[in-house]
Design a protein around this ligand. Structure first.
Ligand code: ADP
Ligand code: ADP
Length: 227
């Protein structure tokens, strides 16, 4: 089954800037799909529409065959990781990780606590649970942001340049970590990056956007090693 389907999706800002221009794309269960393309090509807009952070001007977005155009973000069953991590500075790591679920699910508190512990273990951040984000390194904050997404047990992870604020060495390390997580959980992942090497090494498929249109969709080999 497809986890996510875009059908003729279009986005205009202010009635004039066409950010996404007729995108149709199916993303299958468990796939790791990277979206690449130059700055301004519509990558973030595509992801933000899927997350429900931006409305769709035309076309349809479905998650597990349910049209979500009018479904609020917290009811879409997806979890997003942002470039700047978007952690709440005044909350502990533990609270950062549990807060979303406490607000939007009817899971019991001890189930949520269990999930937080499990995700923290997966990300190797058990020792950080009682700290505040401001006292963590960038790499640690990245782990917390990813852990917070895992806790939600979503249909899909949406990641918008999640590693771009890390130094080169840490980037490569986290690449392996994110791949490990995705393999372990088999959660569909949609990953926006401008880093060709990231896209090549991590993805099952790569989607190339240009001027809001799909320019190419294929395996890393198909996209980057054409004769
Ligand atoms: P990318 O993520 O590939 O850099 P974006 O989706 O951020 O591309 O942007 C696509 C186009 O839409 C760009 O021309 C950008 O300036 C424009 N855009 C993005 N967000 C807004 C917005 N909130 N209001 C107006 N224009 C926007
Ligand atoms: P990225 O390229 O990583 O998507 P940007 O720096 O282009 O990030 O955009 C950051 C924020 O500014 C986003 O929320 C985007 O929607 C908004 N934005 C981008 N372009 C415009 C624009 N032309 N007018 C208004 N908001 C914009």
């Amino acid at each position: 089954m497809s986890t996510v389907s875009f059908t003729d999706v279009r986005k205009e800002y202010d009635g004039s800037i066409v950010a996404v221009d007729g995108v149709s794309l199916d993303i299958e269960d468990g796939e790791f799909v990277s979206i690449v393309g130059p700055s301004g090509s519509g990558k973030s807009t595509l992801l933000r529409m899927l997350a429900g952070l931006e409305g769709v001007s035309d076309g349809e977005i479905s998650i597990r065959e349910r049209v979500v155009n009018d479904v609020p973000p917290q009811e879409r069953g997806i979890a997003m990781v942002f470039q700047n991590y978007a952690l709440y500075p005044h909350m502990s790591v533990r609270k950062n990780m549990s807060y979303g679920l406490k607000l939007t699910s009817d899971l019991a508190d001890d189930e949520i606590d269990r999930r937080v512990e499990e995700a923290a273990e997966m990300m190797g951040i058990e020792e950080l649970l009682d700290k505040r984000p401001g006292n963590l390194s960038g790499g640690q904050q990245q782990r917390v942001a990813t852990g917070r997404a895992i806790v939600r047990d979503p249909e899909a992870f949406l990641m918008d340049e999640p590693l771009s604020n890390l130094d080169a060495k840490l980037k490569i390390h986290m690449r392996t970590e994110l791949q490990r997580i995705q393999e372990e959980l088999n959660t569909t992942t949609i990953y926006v990056t401008h880093d060709q090497e990231e896209a090549m090494t991590m993805s099952d498929r790569i989607v190339v956007l240009a001027d809001g249109k799909l320019q190419q969709v294929g395996t890393p080999d198909e996209v980057y090693h054409q004769p």
